[in-house]
Design a protein around this ligand. Structure first.
Ligand code: GDP
Length: 457
């Protein structure tokens, strides 16, 4: 039988309330030992499931905190086990003391992710849903959140199960035909199977097609701003950052305090790289040089090239334009509030990149930039109605494995191999897809996945 685990489920910082979660067969018993109702008569052991009790957490005569205690019996709880949650005051010390008391009376401190792991092991959720839990917690923009919620609701599980069903049907057919050749004919089955496999592959490809967008959605578009000094790079950056709250990320091991900032434009995250250089003095920009910036941008998804429209293009611009060849870039024609010396058409022709006209000073034209980014990366139609995006690289690898196995079946058909060869690779495809939802996965993988969780989840 599983032991009873406990952890602080909320953040370990001072806040309004903190939640101590207890899960396992002894949850009620442990809570019962440390709970006192106001009148002193009510016992946690006897209250109905799914009710909330007001009272105190005590260690013998000592009152630790004033609390609400929520009792949820198996199987109707997050883990599927008997669960008790204690809402205490959200002070770090208060939460720590309540947890210590729970542990003192028989619970074991939970490992990271252990509650969700139990939910998975008890069949409350599949592995893709468990992974969605981390993604929901870590979501950095609205689309990433929606995608994770959709996964949490079992949408990935649904399509994967559907595809697996298609595969297992073929395996079953082949096996029964081999067992009972008198009644089930397998003549010419290769051709039928070929058609089926091509349909299954189409579905897998459909999922793989969402990976790029899914990744950009989840992790953000890696973006670099380049342009000559004085073009308005930092003004633009300030404007973009100012429009919506930026999340500033400290990258460990660097002396610069800001190296990457995330800007959220209408639900899409732009991860701005190397902003420190831009924000510093002009001579640093000069020193870094555009060439270096573009080099840094090698693995960037997008380069924003800022041009001052009030001065004619010069040799430096030519050089930058040269460097932007074959890159994904948007030219931002800035300072449109001034007399124009460079036109949109002119730049479009010279750079072969889309051009948007803005004024960072007047805060105009940013919506065109947003629209262009959506068009370039999400074909403009980033609506979200339960569409599935593969955002987890483990899932991607499993889908690719399954696809490879189906291709081996195609080869075997082509080479007119005996039918039992088909079943082996079909089975491999079936199992590869099963790993996404947690069927036929080893303990190591399960442990690795849950170790990425925080304690208390
Ligand atoms: P950077 O060197 O590329 O980072 O350029 P800055 O953002 O520091 O801007 C250089 C100068 O241009 C500053 O004096 C800004 O106020 C000014 N500037 C930036 N954007 C605009 C704009 O859209 N219109 C006008 N008129 N001035 C701007």
């Amino acid at each position: 039988m599983a032991d009873t685990i406990a952890a602080v489920a909320t953040a370990m910082t001072a806040s309004g309330i903190g939640i101590i979660r207890i899960s396992g067969p002894k949850s009620r018993e442990i809570a019962g030992k440390i709970y006192r109702s106001k009148g002193g008569k009510k016992r946690i052991e006897n209250v109905p499931s799914h009710t909330i009790q007001y009272g105190f957490i005590c260690d013998e005569d000592e009152i630790i905190d004033e609390v609400l205690v929520m009792v949820m019996d198996a199987p109707r709880s997050y883990t599927g086990e008997n669960t008790v949650e204690i809402d205490c005051h959200g002070g770090v010390l208060a939460m720590k003391r309540v947890l210590e008391t729970v542990v003192k009376y028989g619970a074991r401190p939970a490992e990271p992710g252990e509650f969700t792991k139990r939910a998975f092991l008890n069949g409350r959720i599949d592995l893709s849903q468990a992974e969605a839990v981390i993604d929901v917690i870590n979501a950095k923009n609205e689309y990433a959140l929606k995608s994770s919620i959709s996964q949490l609701r079992g949408n990935i599980q649904r399509v994967i199960k559907e595809i697996r069903q298609g595969i297992i049907y073929q395996i079953a057919y082949i096996e029964s035909a081999l067992d009972d050749p008198e009644h089930i004919s397998i003549d010419g089955y290769g051709d039928t199977l070929k058609g089926e496999i091509s349909l299954l592959k189409e579905k897998l490809n459909g999922l793989l097609d969402t990976v790029r967008e899914g990744k950009l959605m989840k992790e953000g578009i890696k973006t670099v701003i380049v342009g000559k000094p004085n073009a308005g790079k930092s003004s633009l950056l300030n404007l973009l950052v100012g429009e919506e709250r930026a999340i500033v990320t400290d990258i460990a091991g660097t002396t610069r305090d800001i190296l990457e900032e995330t800007i959220v434009l209408h639900g899409i995250s732009l991860r701005m790289i190397d902003t420190a250089g831009i924000r510093d003095t002009d001579d640093v920009v000069e020193k870094i040089g555009v060439k270096k910036a573009v080099e840094n941008a090698k693995d960037a998804d997008l380069i924003l090239y800022v041009v001052d429209s009030s001065v004619p293009l010069d040799e430096n611009d030519k050089e930058i334009i040269e460097l932007l060849k074959d890159k994904k870039a948007i030219v931002i024609l800035n300072k449109m509030d001034l007399q124009q010396q460079v036109t949109e058409e002119d730049l479009k022709e010279k750079t072969n990149h889309p051009v948007v006209a803005v004024s960072a000073k007047e805060e105009e034209g940013i919506e065109f930039l947003e629209a262009k980014i959506k068009e370039m990366f999400f074909e403009g139609n980033l609506s979200f109605n339960d569409e599935i995006y593969i955002t987890n690289m483990r899932h991607k690898a499993a889908i690719e494995d399954a696809k490879r196995s189906l291709e081996l079946v195609e080869n075997s058909i082509e080479m007119q191999m005996p039918e039992d060869f088909f079943s082996i690779d079909l089975m491999n495809a079936y199992e590869a897809l099963g790993s996404i939802i947690g069927e036929s996965v080893g303990e190591d993988l399960v442990n690795e996945i849950f170790s990425k969780f925080c304690t208390g989840k």
